[in-house]
Design a protein around this ligand. Structure first.
Ligand code: BGC
Length: 619
């Protein structure tokens, strides 16, 4: 099954359906909203790699003005779900072709629309909007650009110019002096002389036409979105939409579908015997296919292209949870994701320096330059609304190891040596250097420790020797040494140049660090302690901790969260370690840890159940 369908209309679905029926092409994402929706209904055309900061608010990804805004009246009666309850409503997401469709019946008209974000032309999107009159009379159709944009931490766009020529275009400038242009061309199959209307943050063409009951009228909209540091983005966007509209909607759609068909040929997985699981898996694959960046050197935000939640930032989610999919389906995409980390190495080095370390400390929340986007106060108190100091940015140091692992795995998959020469090895060495500078050395035991960190389980902040982090850091240092020797053997001159850049004379120091970094072993019951002192925490289960909440949205972690004094963890931690390094642990150890940690796991992140699932498969 490749179709997600929802029948019936209910306002409570407006926001969740925006996420569920999302379409995208790795550069642009368009939420599954209806044409008559506006900022208040969370319409968003989200752009990857374009960010802006408004005052002291969180820097976040940009939503572009919406070129697919359409409303209709027939005989002065609204055909608009926000103003009239429809008689019938159905919406669909065709996963096979990245296509959104709606069909809504009102008293005077039946509306059908279909749209896609073009997989072949990443700046373009197209929509066909048609209505069948159910009564003869007068219809008014308004279509165009809605530039009253929905933002979480905006506003981000200030109008600099609008153009009404062959296309209608809106150009805005951001708080950071970047330009965003959206152009649209509206073609209709009815002859009319539209009037230009500017009101309520919209740039519209108003078509008035006489309609005959039973006849269908079609408007096709082509759009182009550009972002850049000069106002010339307008010319690019106008030219872009003219080129794009030079082929018919059907032609563009056919080409788009062809590309999607090709992707599914490689990526589809069929599960026999469980229809729901089969669909859920395919639905996840659909999202990964909509997210793959093909043209620009960007990565994949944690919330995909669904809007500004999580600031459009890139987390460890990419390397640890998504990258394996691209290794198997499209290694070129995997390499691009790695190149994004290579490109953002200066940001990681800058962050390390800011926090007083050496090497590369990757941003917990990374944007286009790799500077840290995660605020030091990342959640707020549910009762008072006051910001709570969190330590994700300063202490979640496993991020650098996640990046290192991503590089090594991608190299192993693709055997593309240029990845190592063109920055990959440098990143590995800088990551090793970072961990070494972060660690404390106990001269009595001759062991390094990584103290004051946060592991994947974010509910326990500032812990010592988190098993996941230590094993990963050790492995990262080993990777730097291993690939260092490989490059040294194959390209001695380049190796020397890379070592010079990193300011290291030999690999000996990293090798010693890797050999002497403390990694906790399973105890007498086969359990690896999540961090030093975890076993001393209160032994209660998730339900008990949940029953202690005073408010529903209270944060379980931070300084005073309900999970902090207990063994209850947010997400797979030791279990993730075992999934990533299957050869380091026996099956009995995996089994013991799975059963030990699962009852303490809240699964408060979607990164949790999947890791338990993977370990279950290994077991
Ligand atoms: C999780 C992190 C994850 C982030 C983005 C958080 O809730 O705890 O592990 O990287 O969300 O998905």
């Amino acid at each position: 099954m490749f179709i997600l369908t929802h029948v019936g209309y209910n306002r409570i679905n407006i926001v969740p359906h925006g996420n569920r029926f999302l379409i995208g092409n790795g550069h642009l994402g368009y939420r599954g909203t209806l044409e008559e929706y506006q900022a208040s209904e969370s319409v968003a055309l989200n752009i990857v790699g374009a960010y802006d900061r408004m005052g002291e608010k969180w820097r976040e990804s940009l939503n572009a003005p919406n070129p697919f805004f359409v409303t209709l009246t027939v005989n002065n009666e609204y055909c608009d779900t926000l103003k009239k309850s429809p008689k019938n409503h159905i919406q669909r997401l065709d996963l096979k072709h990245g296509l959104f469709e709606r069909e809504t019946t009102f008293k005077n008209a039946l509306i059908r629309s279909q749209r896609f974000v073009d997989k072949n032309h990443v700046e373009n999107l197209a929509m066909k909007y048609e209505f069948t009159a159910l009564i003869s009379g007068q219809a008014t159709l308004r279509a165009g650009i809605d530039h009253d944009v929905w933002d979480t931490n905006g506003p981000h766009l200030y109008e600099t110019k609008v153009y009404m020529d062959k296309a209608i275009s809106y150009v805005g400038v951001t708080n950071e002096n970047q330009y965003l242009a959206v152009s649209a061309i509206i073609q209709t199959d009815f002859t009319d002389h539209p009037i230009i209307e500017r009101k309520e943050g919209k740039l519209l063409k108003k078509f008035s036409l006489n309609v005959i009951a039973g006849q269908t009228y079609t408007a096709t909209i082509f759009a182009d979105v550009r972002f850049g540091n000069s106002s010339h983005v307008f010319e690019e966007s106008e030219k872009g939409v003219l080129d794009y509209a030079s082929k018919s909607y059907q032609k563009r759609l056919a080409e788009h579908k062809k590309t999607w068909n090709g992707l599914w040929k490689i990526a589809d997985v069929k599960l026999k015997g469980d229809k729901d699981a089969d669909f859920a898996l395919r639905y996840s694959i659909y999202h990964l296919l909509t997210l793959s960046p093909t043209k620009y050197l960007t990565s994949i935000p944690a919330r995909g292209l669904s809007g500004q939640t999580y600031k459009g930032a890139i987390f460890w989610d990419t390397e640890i949870f998504m990258l394996p999919f691209y290794h198997l389906t499209d290694p070129e995409i995997a390499k691009n994701l790695i190149r994004y980390r290579i490109k953002t190495l200066p940001g990681a080095k800058h962050k390390a320096q800011t926090f007083g370390y050496k090497g590369a400390f990757y941003a917990w929340e990374s944007q286009e330059t790799g500077e840290e986007a995660c605020s030091l106060y990342n959640v707020s108190d549910a009762q008072t609304g006051k910001p709570i100091r969190t330590y994700f940015a300063d202490k979640q140091i496993h991020i650098s190891g996640d990046v290192a692992l991503g590089i090594a795995n991608t190299y192993e998959r693709t055997q593309d040596f240029s990845l190592l020469l063109e920055g990959g090895l440098q990143v590995l060495l800088e990551v090793g250097k970072f961990y070494k500078s972060y660690a404390t050395f106990d001269s009595q035991t001759k062991l390094y420790h990584l103290n004051d960190v946060i592991g994947p389980d974010e509910y326990h902040e500032r812990v010592n020797d988190n098993a996941f982090t230590n094993y990963l850091a050790k492995h990262a240092a080993q990777l730097a040494v291993h690939y260092g020797h490989l490059v040294k053997r194959k390209e001695p001159k380049l190796f020397r140049a890379i070592m010079k850049k990193v300011g290291q004379k030999s690999l000996g120091g990293l090798s010693f660090f890797a050999d002497h970094l403390y990694c906790p072993l399973p105890n007498e019951n086969g359990i690896i302690e999540q961090f030093n002192g975890y076993f001393q925490k209160e032994d209660v289960r998730v339900e008990t901790v949940r029953s202690r909440l005073k408010t529903a949205n209270e944060y379980w972690g931070g300084a005073l969260g309900v999970a902090v004094p207990t063994r209850v963890i947010k997400q797979a931690d030791v279990v993730t370690l075992m999934v990533l390094f299957p050869d380091l642990f026996s099956n009995a150890t995996k089994k013991a840890n799975f059963h030990f940690y699962e009852p303490y796991t809240e699964h408060g992140s979607s990164l949790s159940a999947c890791m338990y699932g993977l370990l279950a498969c290994q077991i």
